[in-house]
Ligand binder design. Structure first.
Ligand code: GLU
Length: 532
């Protein structure tokens, strides 16, 4: 394949929606697969929609997703600035070049005049389109003489530059056709299209002009972007033709759809539907409204990326779990589907769960420790550095640690199968760190009988006797105790679990007892007898 150079070209009008992240990801994967270059270009020519912190958000999001750009703002700037607002001098000359070639024209129509035409058409049940069939009747360099046009320009009259989309006088056949890598053959009738503005009266290019000039100057080989840009394709191709430039290849990605019902998953859907639509949390500086992000909701970046990759692309096999590196090896645009991809929030959770299960206990323990600190260590304990109140088995081994990491790793190994997120760990394992303070009422009613306290009191000396306080050993001895009493196992096991955990949940009970240690086990039984 030719030298592959692709770009992600967001407009900094707010946070990136997951659809935008997926566009960036597919560009990144396509570049890596083909030993190409992934470029970030900030398309900020529309000053009215510019949002101050959006560029930083976009870059932070790409970095969190571990899909950094090779060239972009302030990085490997081989092709000049990658912010269009810093390239604005470049565009005018191209618009003028098209005028000189007879492919574009100056238009002086005021906003009021255009509004008048729009309203007038509306009352007749028609739509006003500025194009070949009326341009000769409107106020522009086609209808005005050369002298009048020049006079208006030197007078400082406001004008825009419009593209001559369809030229009936030249007997054009009026069809623009091309092959989109995803959609196949696409064609458009130019006579139905309007004469789009290329250059605005504020001295800025429109998206269309800046976008294709930059794609040309930055030697972009493939344009991979969302389906919402498909209607712009005929204009872009017509512009490449008008400049006599070779056009890049195009691939228009399918929409990401709402989980239920019809329609595109929009920026506003997120918090409304109960899941994030942004990679990172975002605070709107005007309204102070905060939107959730995948990162802050506890997703691993690799799980998020894996989930997004399969939203519109499939590997052609049953495989669902792919590292970024694997994706870069197998990705192809030919396997991107034409039809929209329904977003499935449960599936997103499933991906995170799969990644969590694959991660090492050590990595997970390190992520869990800050949560433990918040829950277990009171401010008072932190200040006095008096962590001795932690039961010995999970108390720190040295001054640098707040928790014994080996202990936390062991806890993680016992509970991770039941978790989808690291923030699930605390609920699944709090009893490994603190004695229960509450007891599940339903369970107490069912399992803590009148005879239970005396039975539990009998159990305590049995536990005290155990010198090798390990799970298998505790199990043998307690079972012997139960058999000798000639009672059902549940009579002892359920109250025992209630005492250690506070509820009838959690991993293997004897593992818990071993982990918290003999003293803590006995303390908890005593405390439960007292409270219940
Ligand atoms: N600036 C456009 C956007 O915000 C770029 C579209 C394109 O990739 O051509 O998505």
């Amino acid at each position: 394949m030719k030298n592959v150079r692709v770009r992600f070209a967001p407009s900094p009008t707010g946070p990136l929606h997951i659809g935008g992240v997926r566009t960036a990801l597919y560009n990144y994967l396509f570049a890596k697969k083909n030993n190409g270059t992934f470029i970030l270009r900030i398309e900020d020519t529309d000053q009215t929609r510019y949002v101050e912190n959006a560029e930083k958000y976009i870059i932070d999001a790409l970095n969190w997703c571990t899909i950094p750009f090779d060239e972009g703002p302030d990085k490997n700037e081989k092709f000049g600035s990658y912010r269009q607002s810093e390239r604005k001098e470049i565009y005018k000359k191209y618009a003028v070049e098209l005028i000189n070639k007879g492919k574009a024209y100056y238009a002086f129509d005021t906003a009021d005049e255009l509004n008048f035409h729009r309203k007038d058409h509306e009352t007749k049940g028609k739509t006003f389109i500025y194009n070949w069939h009326n341009r000769a009747k409107l106020t522009n360099s086609i209808s005005l003489s050369k002298e009048e046009t020049n006079k208006r320009i030197t007078n400082g009259d406001k004008y825009v530059i419009r593209f001559k989309m369809h030229d009936s006088s030249k007997g054009e056949h009026g069809i623009i056709a091309t092959t989109d890598i995803i959609r196949g053959h696409v064609s458009f009738k130019t006579e139905l299209l309007d004469d789009k503005i290329l250059f605005k009266s504020d001295g800025m290019p429109t998206y269309h002009l800046a976008n294709i000039v930059d794609d040309h100057l930055m030697e972009i080989s493939h344009v991979i972007r969302g389906e919402e840009w498909l209607p712009s394709l005929p204009l872009h191709i017509a512009l490449y033709n008008a400049f006599d430039w070779k056009s890049p290849e195009f691939a228009h990605l399918p929409l990401i759809l709402k989980p239920v019902g019809k329609g595109k998953l929009s920026k506003r859907d997120g918090d409304k539907l109960g899941f994030p639509v942004f990679p990172l949390a975002y605070t709107n500086t005007e309204t102070n409204e905060v939107s959730r992000g995948y990162k802050e909701d506890g997703y691993f970046a690799d799980a998020f990326i894996n989930m997004l990759a399969l939203l519109g692309w499939n590997p052609g096999t049953e495989q669902e779990l792919f590292s970024l590196k694997e994706l870069s090896e197998v990705f192809s645009l030919e396997r991107v589907s034409k039809s929209g991809a329904k977003f499935n929030p449960e599936k997103a959770t499933w991906f995170n769960q799969q990644y969590l299960h694959q991660k090492s206990n050590e990595e997970l323990a390190k992520l869990f420790i800050p949560i433990l600190e918040k829950n277990v260590i009171s401010d008072e304990m932190k200040q006095s550095q008096n962590l001795n109140r932690l039961p010995h088995s999970y108390a720190p081994r040295n001054e640098k640690e707040l928790f014994n990491i080996d202990y936390v790793e062991k806890v993680v190994s016992l509970i991770k199968e039941r978790a989808s997120f690291v923030h699930d760990f605390w609920n699944l394992s709090s009893f490994f760190f603190v004695a229960p303070t509450e007891y599940d009422a339903k369970a107490v009613k069912k399992q803590w009988k009148e005879s239970t306290p005396s039975l539990m009191k009998e159990l305590i000396p049995v536990l005290e006797e155990i010198s090798d306080f390990t799970s298998p050993n505790i199990e043998i001895i307690i079972k012997e105790f139960i058999t000798s009493k000639e009672i059902g196992f549940g009579k002892v096991m359920q109250p025992f679990r209630l005492s250690l955990v506070g509820a009838l949940k959690g991993p293997h009970l004897f593992d818990i007892a071993e982990m918290i240690g003999k003293d803590e086990t006995i303390n908890r039984i005593n405390k439960t007898i007292e409270i219940l």
